[in-house]
Ligand binder design. Sequence first.
Ligand code: BGC
Length: 520
Amino acid sequence: MPAVGGIPTGPGKEYPGNLTPYVVVTCVVAAMGGLIFGYDIGISGGVTSMDPFLLKFFPKVYSSKHGDSPANQYCQYNNETLTMFTSSLYLAALLSSLVASVVTRKLGRKPSMLLGGLLFFAGALLNGFAQAVWMLIVGRILLGFGIGFANQSVPLYLSETAPYKYRGALNIGFQLSITVGILVANVLNYFFAKIKGGWGWRLSLGGAIVPAIILTVGSLFLPDTPNSLIERGNTEDAREKLKRIRGLENVDEEFNDLVMASELSKQVEHPWRNLLQRKYRPHIAVATLIPFFQQFTGINVIMFYAPVLFNTIGFGDNASLMSSVITGLVNVIATLVSIYGVDKWGRRFLFLEGGAQMLICQIIVAACIGAKFGIDGNPGELPNWYAIVVVLFICIYVAAFAWSWGPLGWLVPSEVFPLEIRSAAQSINVSVNMVFTFIVAQVFLNMLCHLKFGLFLFFAFFVVVMTIYIYYFLPETKNIPIEEMNQVWRSHWFWAKFMTEEFSNGNVEMLKGGQALKNV
Ligand code: BGC
């Protein structure tokens, strides 16, 4: 998940640094972390819509899908073990990201990445060769552990190695590699499903070993980051590494700042308790509400279950897999739009526009499905226009997410936390995201069965709420240096009152001459 612990530099301050081979290799390895995460997000939906897979592991679902009596289509996939297969990964990721944050801090970023790669490898192998449901679920849990380690260490590694001026682009770059991973999974599912003999799902699930190997081998060769070496007391080693990473002899300015930042962060004794202070209310709101809302856009209903969903609403198996390739492609392209526009149009514009666009699409899709399937879930003949309209509006919805809540759901939290609470607040952000990813994955098929087409209206309701939150409570953070962020909250109509209290407490050091206020 995007940039976590980069050390902020002062306004206008630029450390020299080149795009050295080290930085390039780092980006490739980091991209593998994102790719693998995306691959796991995208792969399960396609696999669970493949008949040979269902027949082998979930015969009940298979017979309800192909039952003689016209079953209620909304409920054909409603099976708890099946959802467990998808969602167990996120629960494991949540648990392991807590352990991973300690490993990453105490032992370094490199061992965490290595462990992440090895766990991925084991999980993919177990899934590819699975003979029983437990092997599937244990495999997914291993993949989840891998995600916990990789998502904690890779973005940190990235933001600490990247030259300062490339950090923002690399941040969304990580999200881009997630969307590419989802797309690759969708495309492979489409082709593997056609393999005669019905073992294509093994290739789909086992395919994750390719990026797992690259991540594992890559992290063996990469050096640990200077920040991490300093944090663990190897200061001279850190200076040498920084020289090699930047490709320069004189790295004193950046090096001294890294040492200072590390000293400062060591002085923070209770980052978690700190978070409870009144002045951090706006940050707590961001760390909890942004990931919660991101998941309640309903995006993962599409990402996890697109083929199952398209199948449920009347598409054949092949058309379902094809439709998810299309949504996957839209996801990647729209993320590029975000990279282009985020510093031009600003975060708020993208959030608000994306929200409005998602809302309209959700209402239209609900209306279409409702009109055809009604309450009892029996559509009869489905006309062509229906398929086209549904796929079209799902694509427009995915595009809206991919240039708003997708990347910004990670970018905005990473840039608003002050250094002294950054790692704690970021852990909250990641954990909340994983909890709600798990919940959506776990209850979706059941909700589809009960709420029917109303499911889309359920998420539409949350889109309205989150858009109101952005409009009234999220200030614009475009082009604001990280240390000046407090000024943004201080001049906000609502959050200002939480910040001003600090004046009387004397906890805030006021810099003279109308400069930014710092509370380090
Ligand atoms: C979200 C994931 C989602 C993905 C879709 C990410 O930002 O955190 O839950 O599946 O975007 O592209």
